[in-house]
Design a protein around this ligand. Structure first.
Ligand code: ZN
Length: 333
């Protein structure tokens, strides 16, 4: 079968690999769409998180945000037939086929008729956004700041919009991403290249001068969907988040960090900040995420910025690595 194999940093090759063999109770999914995830990018650019790839003889097959249809079943799997459309959680979907193990087969989530494979392939990142949003327990009337308007930050915006009338401020470096945030219902956007984020947000509240050392903050919750890249310097987004959140407010960290940060934790103590790490999702949230898409409450189509055939996987990874223009790049095997 055809696959895009990760060989090393910035080296993804389109090659022929063995089609997975099936044991009794296993199935083969023909992958119809697979998104490139931020974590795949950490692997592609820095060689991190290798465990998220499926090992082959020559390298690893990345990709875990996918959808497809059942092509083959060995034996019988209750409720699963050849031709059925599913999404689920597994690794190695930058390929023509993916093995559905007996364990994965217990968590195949059916895709409703009106939902395309490409939309369904955004279920996993939406579930990640939903999990982070649920941690924040957003209420009507609150002010929420989302730092980072990639697929996770924009997904959080969509989850908030679908569930409350909270006011949302979205911060990013890309005007393209910020324009999309406005289109998706953000109340305000800030380009962090064009102004000082802390000053812009805190200044608007007239609280900036009063409490310079421990700024009072204006946000009930701040989401850090940025983290830090290996070559990052300056004031981290997490530090900014701690400064713009209200006393007793929440900071939810959904990003991953390519290196440790130096932060003065006193601000967390003095403001009584509730700091949450948000990793992945529960199965209920995964199912809910797809239901939000199928019910039309959340439209993922504007987030699909590019589609590439699997042959062009290398170009697809380079495109996703350009945060200025790409939101979600899809590989279509
Ligand atoms: Zn992902």
């Amino acid at each position: 079968m055809k696959a895009a194999v990760f060989h090393g940093v910035r080296d993804v090759r389109f090659e022929e690999v063995d089609k997975p063999g099936l044991s009794e109770g296993e199935a083969l999914l023909r992958v119809k769409a697979c998104g490139i995830c931020g974590s795949d990018l950490h692997t592609y650019r820095e060689g991190l998180f290798l465990g998220l790839g499926l090992p082959t003889e020559t390298g690893r097959i990345l990709g875990h945000e996918f959808s497809g249809e059942i092509a083959e079943i060995n034996g019988h799997i209750e409720g699963v037939n050849v031709g059925d459309r599913f999404t689920t959680a597994a690794m190695g979907a930058n390929a023509e086929y993916l093995k559905i193990t007996a364990e994965t087969a217990r968590f195949l989530v059916p895709i409703a008729d009106g939902v395309s494979f490409v939309e369904a392939a955004t279920t996993e990142p939406l579930a990640t956004s939903l999990h982070a949003t649920n941690l924040a327990n957003v209420q009507d009337g609150e002010t929420i700041v989302i730092m980072g308007a990639g697929i996770i930050g924009l997904g959080i915006l969509q989850c908030i919009r679908a569930g409350s009338s909270a006011k949302t401020i979205v911060v990013d470096l890309s005007n393209k991403r910020l324009a999309l945030a406005l289109e998706l219902g953000a109340d305000k956007t800030i380009n962090a290249l064009e102004c000082d984020v802390q000053e812009t947000i805190l200044g608007a509240s007239d609280q900036r001068l009063a409490l310079v050392e421990a700024p009072e903050g204006v946000a009930n919750t701040v989401f850090d969907c940025v983290g830090a890249t290996r070559n990052f310097t300056g004031v981290s987004v997490l530090e900014q988040a701690l400064s713009i959140v209200k006393p007793d407010g929440k900071v939810v960290v959904v990003a991953v960090f390519e290196k440790p940060l130096e932060i003065d934790p006193n601000i967390i103590v003095r403001k009584g900040i509730r700091l949450f790490g948000s990793w992945a999702w529960t199965r209920e949230e995964f199912v809910q995420a797809l239901a939000l898409i199928s019910s039309g409450k959340i439209d993922r189509r504007p987030l699909i910025s590019h589609e590439f055939p699997l042959e062009d996987a290398s170009e697809a990874y380079e495109t996703q690595a350009n945060a200025d223009t790409a939101i979600k790049v899809m590989l279509i095997p």
